[in-house]
Design a protein around this ligand. Structure first.
Ligand SMILES: Nc1ncnc2c1ncn2[C@@H]1O[C@H](COP(=O)(O)OP(=O)(O)OP(=O)(O)O)[C@@H](O)[C@H]1O
Ligand SMILES: [Mg+2]
Length: 385
């Protein structure tokens, strides 16, 4: 069964219209190759596909200039994280006028963690973040399945809960044992696995590298590196704190989240909705899940959280054109106004506060403070983008 992903398909089309290169970046197995295949099937010009994990293709692109200069239409290069030298080689090819070919690059590691990529394509590339499946793609009626199993298509579509969980456990193992080493990064798979597992237990909390390092028996610098690896492979979100010159004492370390709720639950050993609702940290799970759903539809947003040392907190802070939006994630049947919300409204000068909960009603708590379901919040914030 194929789930159609219109938002992403359109984002890719737009990216290729705006710049000669579109880079589709996202975690392994989110569906990048599938999207590129669908793009190729409808592209009006010739399409050429290279897969850098394929020995023949990778050999063919050993001399990229020679191999690519004569091609017209659309050139798709998959698994580009395996061949970072391509980024530099593409530059003269995409500066040709008129442009004979556009390039669609697919990769599962951020440019920051692949050596050599740096600035070579600055101004010539649009990045399209490819996320796991989203609520609007699977339908709001399947929200709990998406929350429980996460957005990797094969996990979401697995024939049973246990098959889904097994797929995710396998994904985690493959990532630490094969995918990360394939990026040329040297790590001890066992330690990275334990680090990731610990991070799952810190999900939604303020990062404390020293403490994590102590528990793992490695230095703070090593845990930082491990965090960067998981962030750079789109599996962990590091949410920075918002601070401006307020008199209050503000938390200045980032918060960390596992981006896919299904992987989070695999680390927690949670297999059913009942298990999730009975888990002591299910509120944190909701927070991370709902936040990723919102941010998936706001690819240009710069998200922050905000917290004071006195205990006032805001889960998500977004600013756009001087307009300030706060989002609070609440796992309650009927969320009410809290002291923390009042402080956040006043201290941050929020124009509006959205309280996102698992329930189905929309109601106001006071002027500019509205409780609403996740889908509603996604749509309102996307419209404001
Ligand atoms: N829209 C979709 N609906 C249903 N299944 C999908 C969808 N997109 C991808 N899949 C399935 O998910 C799996 C992974 O998809 P795909 O190979 O496109 O991901 P990828 O991001 O290219 O992964 P990798 O980084 O490992 O190459 C495949 O089994 C694919 O059939
Ligand atoms: Mg692929």
């Amino acid at each position: 069964m194929m789930i159609s992903r219109d938002y992403l398909a359109k984002s890719i089309q737009d990216a290729l219209r705006e710049t000669p290169v579109a880079a589709l970046l996202g975690a392994r197995q989110v569906g990048k190759t599938t999207l590129a295949r669908q793009l190729a099937a409808t592209w009006p010009e010739p399409v050429h596909v290279f897969d850098m994990e394929d020995a023949t293709d990778s050999l063919a692109l050993r001399n990229p200039k020679q191999a690519l200069a004569g091609l017209t239409g659309l050139v798709i290069i998959d698994e580009v994280q395996r061949a970072p030298h391509l980024f530099t080689a593409l530059r003269p090819l995409v500066d040709r006028m008129p442009l004979p070919a556009r390039f669609c690059l697919l990769g599962s590691a951020a440019p920051e963690i692949i050596r050599g990529v740096s600035e070579s394509l600055a101004g010539r590339v649009s990045f399209v973040p490819v996320t796991g499946l989203t609520l609007d793609e699977v339908g709001a009626g399947r929200r709990d399945d998406l929350w429980l199993r996460g957005g990797f298509p094969r996990s979401f579509l697995a024939s049973s809960s246990s098959a889904s969980l097994a797929w995710r456990r396998d994904f985690i193992r493959t990532h630490v044992e094969r995918d990360v080493p394939a990026l040329g990064i040297r790590v001890q798979a066992g330690v990275l696995h334990r680090f990731w597992s610990m991070l799952a237990h810190y999900h939604g909390q303020v990062w404390n590298g020293e403490e994590l390092g102590r528990s793992l028996g490695v230095t703070g610098k090593t845990v930082r590196h491990y965090l960067e690896i998981l962030e750079g492979t789109y599996l962990v979100r590091v949410l920075p704190p918002w601070f401006e010159n307020a008199g209050k004492r503000i938390v200045k370390s980032p918060k960390v989240y596992l981006r896919d709720s299904g992987l989070l639950h695999a680390f927690w050993g949670v297999e059913s909705m009942r298990g999730l609702l009975g888990h002591p940290k299910y509120g944190a799970s909701w927070e991370g899940f709902a936040m990723e759903q919102i941010l998936a539809r706001m690819p240009a947003a710069q998200p922050y959280f905000w917290a004071t040392r006195q205990g006032a907190e805001l889960d998500l802070f977004l600013e756009r054109d001087g307009r300030r939006t706060g989002v609070e994630f609440k796992c309650a049947d009927a969320p009410d106004m809290t002291k923390s919300m009042r402080i956040a409204m006043a201290d941050l000068g929020l124009d509006r506060l959205l309280v996102v909960y698992p329930g189905g009603r929309i109601y106001a708590l006071q002027e500019n403070v509205t409780v609403m379901p996740l889908m509603e919040a996604v749509q309102r914030l996307e419209a404001a983008e």
